[in-house]
Design a protein around this ligand. Structure first.
Ligand code: KIV
Ligand code: ZN
Length: 387
């Protein structure tokens, strides 16, 4: 089968990087439920856990491996034989298993986390990939803190692990440090300078410490990466990971980028709410794509423009991401077009004069009440049942 050069593979780590967040721990049945929904969403890879970290995580990887059939099921390890052995065992039922192993690539991590040297780290990286490759064909290598790593050493490391058998090379901006052009340049450098880079897919894994995770992921894709790692709702360590829904909708909206995924975007909203409920992690109302205000129009100028033509203020159709529908929210900033729209929805076609009087009463009410609902409107127009 010919490989489509413009296809971006989607690697979901909600159940691993996302689940590491304090308070977000899930039971195995909850993880299986989310895994089924991730499969329905069409993700290519599900990172199901870090099996050596706990018996519960091990069991979750086992059960998710049994539960899904299309996505690759991936297990995380550090670069040592013990972790890899446990991960291999946890993946025994996976139809498409992948081991995700790796080690620190920045001098900061090499010195202050591993108390080691670049030479020693390189040996450990290569040995881990070779060892994992004996049991599983599909090996992803992560160069932790690649965002702050020396680019020449990073290139040397990536070349060595591909030669050892890595099929995917993950370049994480572990601390969310890079600017989009810096991160894009890193990917470009690897693409142009690692001799065997065409034998592996480059993956982007960005954290959101400076609010740049999505922008950095897109910069990576524009410079040759073809796998994006992220989570639903952007949950993850500290300020979180890249939001999958954001990257996928950027690619869909900006077709000029020429990249596409196999994601069923209509499933985003429901899955977002399932993850939020199970992980006890509310979605901020102004969150792009899935926040409750993402398709709510509240100021008079916007409402008027939206009612004339939705595309004046809507670059994504809410139905494309499974959002119930766009809403015209009534506040003291709303104009009479918005009021007319809601009254007509409730079956009231007022004359110009009646509307002007109703709008006057509406403004008085809206200045004193944050949330104007249908009942308030019915009282406003003197509906007997509500008077
Ligand atoms: O952020 C990171 O570097 C990671 C790796 C373990 C892939 O999550
Ligand atoms: Zn991470």
């Amino acid at each position: 089968m010919l490989h489509d050069p413009n296809r971006v593979y989607v690697f979901d780590t909600t159940l691993r990087d996302g689940e590491q967040v304090p308070g977000c721990q899930l039971t195995t049945p909850e993880k299986i439920e989310i895994a089924h929904e991730l499969e329905a969403l069409g993700v290519d890879i599900i990172e199901a856990g870090f099996p050596v970290s706990s018996p519960g995580d091990f069991q979750s990887v086992v059960e998710i491996s049994k539960a899904v059939k299309n996505p690759i099921v991936c297990a995380l390890t550090r670069a040592n034989k013990g972790d890899i052995d446990v991960a291999v065992e946890s993946l025994q039922y996976a139809k498409h298993p992948r081991i995700h192993t790796g080690i620190g690539a920045s001098d900061m991590h090499i010195k202050n986390k591993f108390n080691s040297t670049r030479e020693e780290i390189l040996v450990r990286a290569v040995e881990a990939v070779k060892y994992a490759k004996k049991s599983v064909e599909d090996i992803e290598f992560y160069a932790e803190d690649a965002g702050r790593a020396d680019i020449h050493f990073l290139a040397q490391m990536i070349e060595a692990v591909i030669a050892a058998g890595a099929t995917v090379v993950n370049i994480p901006d572990t601390n969310g440090y890079c600017l989009p052009d810096q991160y894009g340049e890193k990917i470009k450098f690897l693409k142009e300078n690692v001799k065997n880079i065409d034998k592996a897919i480059i993956s982007v894994h960005c954290h959101n410490d400076l609010g740049l995770a999505t922008a950095n992921s897109i910069a990576g894709l524009q410079n040759g990466a073809r796998q994006i790692e992220g989570t639903i709702n952007g949950i993850g360590e500290r300020a979180g990971n890249t939001s999958i829904e954001e990257v996928v909708m950027i690619l869909k909206t900006h077709q000029v980028l020429g990249l596409h995924t196999h994601i069923n975007t209509k499933n985003f909203f429901e899955l977002s709410r399932m993850v939020s409920a199970q992980m006890r992690m509310p979605v901020q109302p102004n969150k792009a794509i899935v926040g409750s205000n993402a398709f709510a129009h509240s100021s008079g100028i916007h409402q008027d423009g939206f009612l004339k033509n939705r595309e004046n203020y809507e670059i994504i159709r809410p139905e494309d991401v499974g959002f119930p529908n766009a809403s015209i929210v009534l506040t003291a900033r709303s104009g009479r077009h918005a009021l007319k729209f809601h009254l007509e929805r409730l079956g009231y076609n007022l004359s110009k004069e009646e509307l002007a009087a109703a709008y006057h009463r509406f403004l008085v009410l809206a200045d004193n009440k944050l949330d104007i609902n249908d009942e308030d409107l019915l009282i406003l127009v003197g509906d007997k049942k509500f008077a």
